[in-house]
Design a protein around this ligand. Structure first.
Ligand code: PBG
Length: 332
């Protein structure tokens, strides 16, 4: 016991848990809708809502509906919406050129959202996996994921997103050196105020499965992502990656997945004090929804508890598919 704490019965911890008022007074961590970033999936067409079987309650939305979703998120106090495109297989090529097409799905969505709902921040995904047939985040030659060539592609992709009006770029690719290259290119092109939220500590995880369904990359992925995403056994390496990305000009950093890596969230925040986010990924969402659908857990309580855990671990916010449901609950 802490030396300043009187022994039982002078100290009874249950005194401050006795009523809701006393529990509220002594609550250490607060979750608010302004802590939430909402990832949404885009599809082409009009008035399209395509359910994703492995993510109950999540749908791919066509641009008209994404604009409506952004407006409702803004009304719920969610400050950021993050866009992930489902790319038409016909547009996937080895050089991933669709990634920097100013008229690609993401760039059209950025412009549509910024025009209709200017006060919500728009975040993007910077990685090549939606744009090639092999499902890897980088360019591939002879089975090798190329680092430096991929960076050039990511820079072109970043500039197109910045040009379209993105507020925050989210490089999720884990190539070495991409933050510095992106930052230099953004400064050079006059996009000095575009923020970078680096997926600094992204693990090679089994929890991304439903996301790959959502963006149409699951069947495609050849092999795994272990040569660029982190080994789940590593922790010091995460700190070195965060240090590197901050030194290259990242404004914010992310740990991904979330719940299995709360120790990493806590270390990153304690070590650097930078704006730190966790991505509660598709598999984490799917597990909670599946258990709740079976009546095995209370889904709403599990949602709240899982999101609160990120704040308690030191995160400034959470990317979560629960964002609208959580924000509605907080609104009461
Ligand atoms: C790929 C990317 C992935 C996710 C976000 N960006 C999957 C992967 O690395 O294979 C996963 C998000 C989730 O599971 O919710 N650039």
């Amino acid at each position: 016991m802490h030396p300043t704490q009187a022994p039982y019965p002078m100290t009874r911890f249950r005194r401050l848990r006795r009523t809701p008022a006393l529990r509220a007074l002594t609550q250490e961590t607060v979750l608010s809708s302004s802590d939430l970033i909402w990832p949404v999936f885009l599809c082409d067409g009009r008035a399209q809502r395509q359910p994703i079987a492995s993510m109950p309650g999540v749908e791919r939305l066509s641009l008209d509906l994404v604009v409506e979703a952004a407006a409702s998120a803004r009304d719920l106090g969610i400050p950021v919406i993050c866009l992930f495109p489902y790319t038409d297989p016909k547009l996937k090529t080895a050089d991933c050129a669709e990634a920097w097409n100013p008229e690609n799905l993401t760039n059209r969505a950025i412009r549509a959202i910024k025009a209709a709902v200017p006060d919500i921040a728009v975040m993007t995904d910077v990685a090549l996996d939606p744009y090639n047939a092999h499902g890897h985040d980088g360019l591939v030659r002879d089975g090798i994921i190329l680092n430096d060539e991929t960076i050039e592609a990511l820079v072109r992709m970043s500039l197109a997103q910045a040009e379209a009006g993105a507020d925050i770029l989210g490089p999720s690719d884990m190539m070495d050196g991409r933050i510095g290259a992106m930052r230099a290119a953004l400064e050079g092109a006059g996009h000095k105020d575009v923020a970078i939220l680096s997926y600094a500590a992204k693990y090679a995880s089994a929890f991304y499965g439903p996301f790959r369904d959502a963006v149409g990359a699951s069947g495609a992925l050849k092999g795994d992502k272990k040569t660029y995403q982190m080994n789940p056994a590593n922790s010091d390496e995460a700190l070195r990656l965060v240090a590197r990305d901050l030194s290259e000009g990242a404004d914010m950093v992310m740990v991904k997945p979330g719940m299995p890596y709360l120790d990493i969230c806590a270390r990153v925040k304690a070590t650097f004090g930078a704006p730190t986010f966790a991505y509660q990924v598709s598999g984490e969402y799917a597990m909670i929804m599946a258990a709740a659908a079976n009546g095995w857990i209370d889904g709403e309580k599990a949602m709240v508890e899982s999101l609160m855990a990120f704040k308690r671990a030191g995160c400034d916010g959470i990317l979560t598919y629960f964002a609208p449901a959580m924000a509605k609950l907080l609104r009461g």
